[in-house]
Design a binder for this molecule. Structure first.
Ligand code: PGA
Length: 244
């Protein structure tokens, strides 16, 4: 795992955006795996800026998002689709038909997940997958478990994840309990992975990811088995790793 330790969120975001931009310039028809949450917001801000400045062209880019809440429609302001539109898609010249996120309103979870996997295959696989990490070490919505999941699937969210997501919802009972997510195998099939970690609340997850045993109880630990991972972490996220 190639690791960059940066000062703060802005430095992390700029570096991550540079890596994504390099991918887009090198292969204007790249398939990018994208992530939601607080972590990549700054990265998307830089990508938008560079697009506005005429440096980045998204017209040939295809995106596949990691996950989506089950039971929430695209129009819902809490959906990950909505997040992507607000933070990136509506600001760049990507073709909306080339942006893919599992449809949270569909109840036939088996078919939703199978079709998503088939789609990734048909697109030739993911060239560069952007990832954040949960406080419990989850990646996508692959929660701590006793086995690594292979393919896209429907998950029940961990209590700690629902707790962390509460901040985005008006009422605690509105927080979705299930989601569709790429599996660990799907993520590990990406050609390159870009992992972003920021803040002291991720320090324990970071410590486990780097120094702990590789275990599905901390899903991000599996990334140590991937041949091409770049991690950008700020000093606060690395505080526990450095002090050991
Ligand atoms: P965050 O979430 O970026 O909002 O911290 C990351 C994650 O849960 O994967």
């Amino acid at each position: 795992m190639k690791t960059y330790i940066v000062k703060d969120y802005d430095e992390m975001s700029k570096k991550a955006a540079s890596i994504l931009a390099a991918q887009i310039v090198a292969d204007p028809e790249s398939v990018l795996g994208l992530a939601t949450g607080s972590t990549p917001v700054g990265t998307y801000r830089y990508l938008r800026k560079w697009h506005e400045e005429g440096v980045l062209d998204f017209s040939g880019i295809c995106t596949m998002n990691l996950d989506e809440y089950r039971g929430i429609s695209k129009e819902n302001s809490q959906s990950y689709y909505h997040f992507m539109v607000e933070n990136l898609f509506s600001h760049v010249n990507i073709k909306r038909e080339n942006t893919y996120i599992p449809d949270g309103t569909r109840k036939d979870s088996g078919a939703v997940c199978r079709e998503y996997e088939d789609l990734i295959q048909r697109k030739g696989g993911i060239d560069l997958q952007l990832l954040g990490i949960g406080r419990n070490g989850h990646i996508g919505f692959n929660e701590p478990s006793d086995c690594f999941t292979e393919k896209s699937h429907c998950v029940s969210l961990a209590r700690s994840t629902m707790e962390a997501n509460k901040r985005f919802f008006e009422k605690a009972e509105d927080v979705p309990k299930e989601a569709y997510t790429m599996g660990i195998g799907t993520i590990m099939s990406a050609e390159k992975i870009l992992l972003l970690v920021c803040g002291s609340d991720k320090a324990e997850a970071m410590y486990q990811t780097i120094c702990g045993p590789i275990t599905p109880e901390v899903p991000a630990t599996v990334l140590r088995l991937h041949k091409n991972v770049i991690m950008i972490a700020d000093e606060a996220a690395m505080s526990k790793v450095k002090s050991e």
